[in-house]
Design a binder for this molecule. Sequence first.
Ligand code: ACM
Length: 534
Amino acid sequence: MKHRLLTFAITALMSLQSFANDPLPIVPMPREIIPSSGSFSLNRPLVISTDEYPGDSINRVMQPFVDMYEQASRIKVMRSDRNPNVKLQRDDSFGPEAYCLDITPSRITIKASRPAGFFYALQTLSQILRINPTDIPAMTINDSPEFGWRGFMLDEGRHFFGKDEVKRVIDIMALYKMNRFHWHLTEDQGWRVEIKKYPKLTSVGAWRGSNRLGWGDAWPTDSTTYGGYYTQDDIREIVSYAKDRFIEIVPEIDIPGHSQAAVASYPELLACDPENDHEVWLSQGISADVINVANPAAVTFAKDVIDELIPLFPFGYIHLGGDECPTNKWENNAACQKALAKIGSENYRDLQIDFIHKLKEHIDSKPADQRRKLIFWNEVLHGNTAPLGDDITIMAWVGADRAALEASKRGMTTILSPQIPYYINRKQSKLPTEPMSQGSGTETVEAVYKYVPLANVPDNLKDKYMGVQANFWTEYVSTPEVLEYLMLPRLAAVAEAGWTPTGSREYDNFVNRIRRHAALYHQNGWNYAKHIME
Ligand code: ACM
């Protein structure tokens, strides 16, 4: 007996020491890890039992884990309620994304209230198994996210990546328990979603006369015919793929600025100067060729587009852009001047707000299951937002902390996606091997990791902050290799800010854990920034 107690004490001590010296490679860091003694041996078949759950949801969560385990270990997994050594138990006291993963030498027990919680528990377990497929140290992990919005935005307007790469991006997000994919589908340089009522958006607007987007003499255009778009069937397929990984998709139609591809497709409805030529833009920057918001045909167009988007994207939000919209063309357009006078303002930004207001009224008048909440970039705060009410969400990017605070003070919810350092398309090192992109290399993994989301936010406004989001713009990025290189591992750093409370985040500890994820990146064939991983 004495001997057994001693063994227990030594094993418990060893297990604690190994946690301290060699943290488990779990990213994002769980809220609480309580080590105990012994380990669960992986040298035996797994026998899994699951509680009853409505529909097929638990099996859909379980099956990818079973496949991964059988492939990695070549050990059979069985489903049986007799002597299970892995048990999934429903416990309604847990929050919607929370879980408990309890590992003892004889059994792994997972508790959660919702399929998402089970999915996240299995993601944690998979990370441990795939990185180090030996025995699992006994422990209890109690985990739940800090924020409900843990997002990633991909700009497919500037460059189009296609279904396979979007699914890989979704897989990367799922690995890190991210849950919102913001799909930037329209730009000056390309319109990427089929809208049946306006076929020229994709027959004209999805194509341009250069792959490279010009930026002065230093970055000339080429003469390739370049483009692509998603059919509505493609969209449904990807929405469903994401949903299986507990990721909801928010489409963005960026209007009335960043809309030159739409204007080029339907100048007679959308242009401020339909008498002139309009083409899908070949350049980077901010185009002045914006939608004529004073034209009722443009309002009808936007409503029609929204009407086709709503059934494609069942999640409760649509993003209507609103950033970087020059007003020069409105200022020189008689209809716009008249429309501004009619709303009693001298600020042309209010013309944009009036346009949005019409779209919001249209959405708000729909039956409840078709209504959507609207998200905008923070420039809309430069107008009089009173007509919009406060039930909109501001995605804060430029002067993000200040803009988010302003939005929350106006009663709106907000999402933090600060350009510096959360635009993870920007160069992440000063190495000569760094691919061409914006920035000078200061948005390092460390800079991204060390951003503190709620620094200086008064307690009474904190509940307006829905969470954090990394954004990826693709002016310079046209290949999956560079996209993944710039995403990894910086996306993991943002994911940890979204999941783990600031007080439990520590950069050196993160580096120790993330370096071991190189093994996962290799297993999946994902490219990544190797310089910080060794
Ligand atoms: C943005 O970066 N223009 C939202």
